[in-house]
Design a binder for this molecule. Structure first.
Ligand code: FAD
Length: 447
């Protein structure tokens, strides 16, 4: 008999998880594993960690929920706080695991990890798509011909009018486990995050939020409210659950369609689909471009224009802490640091400030987002940063927002700025505290 494991990553759910279904149907004995790599909690070469306290807390909640659900089926989850390669070696040697199932992950490192196992051992690795609306075969183009812009991608998808596969149910029965449960929660320790408790990790909480959102009228006005800088109901807030895979994009589409049948379809309900297509585009974009997603010059490498290279440690720190000369940026960054969330508009503004006003290397901004965001998703984050830095999927080059104008439009009364203490004072009116010759710049003197 061959021993098999199901390896969870950003698919922390039982329902509508085709990869998990495949494993459950194919195996007589199966264990469920998740690996939390301690390296993610140590500073990387951008001096940020790959997993900050907000998402860390969310993931532990999601794992706890998953374990609870598996236990209802007489199974359990094994969470390893260890390097994935060591975990694989232990599974291979101690439990003779020779088959692994997992959901396809757009992350380059994750793909490399599984490819390495398949190439260097006698373990068979089965990967199934469960993080996207479509599978490659359902797309109206070959993945190698992914349109270079979102608009072209969307037009092709909409023209094709292929019905979406319905969201699948959770498996009714699970095969027995290979080995006994151990107390992993004791080792993991949930960090104090201070994030909004409504972002409660897990499939159960995610399903509840999905149902709550669509049984209220918010979706009917989504298009008008989605750009607001604050307010829970002004956008869907599905992102954290989608990123960790506690809910699937197909489940969102199916709940959206039910909402439309009940309350009517309009521009706003369509716009939720439109935004999910942005997500979808960036997922396939990450698959196609692999490690180029993280490259300074972006997907076109040396053929691309060279973005700004200078690195100013003080500017970076001040941006991270919300201490720049731009009140709207400060407020957004303080909101991010305190809650792990920032609106889409806020993300565009702070990224534009980072790239254009502070003239910093965009990858550091993306890395800081990776650390802070509760909804960090490798494809959406790095894809959006590339787009704004003008080295990604944008035919118009980099996008610069007029921060004063944006403040007038989205925070005309200054409520948001006051709420998050974004105002500038004598100490942060300049971008730098010293000039090129290291002389202090007098407060109030615009640099
Ligand atoms: P809604 O407005 O309600 O949108 C519904 C869903 O559509 C979202 O949950 C999300 O899954 C998807 N979506 C919406 N806008 C985008 C977009 N521009 N790109 C991709 N998907 C989108 N989103 C993440 O999920 N993870 C990230 O790490 C991330 N990093 C970002 C970095 C930058 C610089 C920018 C500009 C955007 C980033 N986004 C990211 C996209 C977007 O800001 C968030 O998805 C959105 O703000 C989440 O809130 P919501 O769920 O209420 O979104």
């Amino acid at each position: 008999m061959t021993n098999a494991v199901y390896w969870f990553s950003n698919d922390l759910r039982l329902a509508d998880n085709p990869a998990l279904q495949r494993a459950v149907h194919s195996e007589d004995r199966l264990s469920f594993v998740y690996c939390l790599d301690p390296a993610l909690l140590r500073p990387n070469h951008f001096n940020c960690t790959g997993l900050g306290k907000h998402r860390h807390r969310f993931i532990i909640e999601a794992l706890t929920d998953l374990d609870k659900q598996l236990k209802h089926h007489g199974q359990h989850l094994s969470v390893y706080y260890q390097n994935p390669r060591q975990v694989f070696t232990e599974l291979y040697e101690k439990h003779q695991v020779r088959r692994i199932y997992h959901s396809v992950n757009a992350g380059y490192n994750e793909q490399q990890f599984f490819s390495h196992i398949a190439a260097t051992t006698d373990t068979s690795v089965t990967a199934v798509h469960s993080h996207t609306l479509f599978e490659p075969a359902d797309l109206p183009f070959m993945l190698t011909d992914l349109p270079e812009t979102f608009s072209k991608f969307r037009r092709l998808i909409e023209k094709d009018q292929r019905p979406l596969l319905p969201a699948g149910k959770a498996p009714g029965q699970l095969p027995p486990a290979l080995y006994k449960p151990f107390n992993w929660l004791k080792v993991l320790r949930e960090p104090e995050s201070g994030s909004d408790p409504r972002f409660n990790g897990g499939e159960t909480a995610g399903q509840k939020h999905l149902n709550d959102y669509f049984t209220q009228p918010h979706a009917q006005t989504y298009k008008e409210t989605r750009n607001a800088l604050d307010n829970w109901a002004h956008s869907t807030k599905f992102s954290a659950w989608l990123a960790a895979g506690c809910i699937s994009p197909r489940q969102v589409m199916s709940a959206l369609q039910q909402h439309e049948t009940r309350y009517g379809a309009n521009d706003s309900t369509y716009w939720i689909f439109f935004e999910l297509l942005w997500r979808e585009y960036f997922q396939w974009y990450a698959h196609v471009h692999g490690s180029k997603l993280f490259q300074f010059r972006g997907i076109n490498g040396i053929n691309n224009h060279k973005p700004l290279t200078s690195f100013y440690p003080e500017r970076f720190q001040r941006w991270c802490h919300g201490n720049t000369p731009y009140p709207i940026v400060n407020a957004c960054m303080k909101q991010l640091n305190a809650t792990g969330y920032m609106s889409n508009r806020g993300r565009q503004l702070v990224a534009s400030c980072f790239i254009h006003e502070l003239q910093l290397d965009w990858r550091y901004g993306a890395a800081y987002f990776e650390q802070q965001l509760i909804d960090y998703d490798v494809a959406s984050n790095w894809g959006n940063w590339q787009y704004l830095a003008g080295v990604g999927a944008d035919p118009r080059g980099s996008r610069r927002f007029n921060l004063d104008k944006q403040t007038q439009t989205y925070d005309p009364e200054g409520e948001f700025i006051r709420a998050w203490r974004g105002e500038t004072d004598g100490r942060n009116q300049n971008i730098d505290s010293v000039d090129a010759a290291d002389w202090p710049i007098a407060p109030g003197k615009r640099h």
